[in-house]
Ligand binder design. Structure first.
Ligand SMILES: CN(C)C(=N)NCCC[C@H](N)C(=O)O
Length: 258
């Protein structure tokens, strides 16, 4: 069976200067963060994923959150135009990495802004959070790129957290999971499931039965196990201090369950 592929980007030595918008800044232990990143990558490898490193961007504190640089749909990679100016230099090397892997490239252009973390895909539907980082023009451009490929693009309000995937992600069966106090409108999803912990709302699908999530949501992990999933937990405390979560640290490529 073909390996599953994911992009990753190692943390910058300036990680501790990463952006913080909705939470209080607290000191980041960069050495611990590097070890946590190695463990995250090892968890992907253990689950049968092959990783491809985007060239490091040592001057960009938030570059490790590589998910934000693009939206991949089928054989197309739509290169994001980050809503935060500090993050705009992150995209050229990310684009080079997916181009090298054979993706067709499309781009969000000014005045559009869009961060990959604002985009949740499942079964042909693409929900996009319109909030701090992604604007209407960015969403319109994404729709123009993806709708001809068969996607249905739905705009979702987002005011309480940084990115849509800070609020909700989807389980392998399509259930959308979220920590309700941080979800603007849970009614957007017919199959919404409220989880008891904030970081329990963030899952990376490793295969149809296996979920990767942060280690600080044990009650939610148990809930997922009760639903029959194998749950792998990783400690990403240093990234959470920068409003990062498990999804942000990779981009899953072709053939992945979204
Ligand atoms: C789903 N999420 C949360 C992401 N995809 N990205 C997190 C980026 C965090 C960074 N400090 C920033 O403020 O941009």
């Amino acid at each position: 069976m073909d390996k599953k592929h994911a992009l990753i980007r190692r943390p910058s030595p300036r990680l501790a200067d990463g952006l913080v918008t909705h939470i209080e800044r607290s000191p980041v232990d960069v050495e611990l963060a590097k070890r946590q990143w190695e463990d995250y990558v090892a968890a992907l490898h253990d689950a049968g994923w092959q990783t491809h490193e985007v060239a490091p961007a040592d001057d960009c504190p938030d570059a490790v959150f590589v998910e934000d640089t693009m939206v991949v749909y089928g054989d197309t990679a739509v290169i994001a135009r980050p809503g935060a100016d500090e993050r705009k230099p992150e995209t050229p090397a990310a684009e080079a990495a997916v181009r090298e892997l054979g993706y067709r490239i499309a781009r969000i252009e000014a005045p559009g802004t869009l961060d990959g973390g604002d985009v949740l895909k499942f079964g042909g539907t693409v929900w996009v959070g319109r909030g701090g980082r992604t604007n209407d023009e960015g969403i319109a451009q994404l729709a123009a790129h993806l709708e001809p490929l068969g996607a249905r693009v739905v705009t979702v309000p987002l005011t309480k957290v940084l990115h849509l995937k800070s609020a909700v992600t989807a389980l392998p069966d399509g259930t959308v999971v979220g920590y309700e106090p941080l979800v603007d409108d849970p009614g957007v999803w017919e199959n919404f499931l409220a989880v008891p912990e904030e970081s329990g709302a963030h899952v990376v699908l490793l295969d149809g039965e296996t979920i990767l999530m942060a280690a600080d949501a044990p009650r939610t992990a148990e809930l997922y196990r009760e639903r029959g999933y194998r749950v792998i937990e990783v400690d990403i405390s240093e990234y959470e201090k920068l409003e990062g979560c498990v999804t942000c640290l990779s981009v899953r490529l072709r053939g992945m369950p979204d």
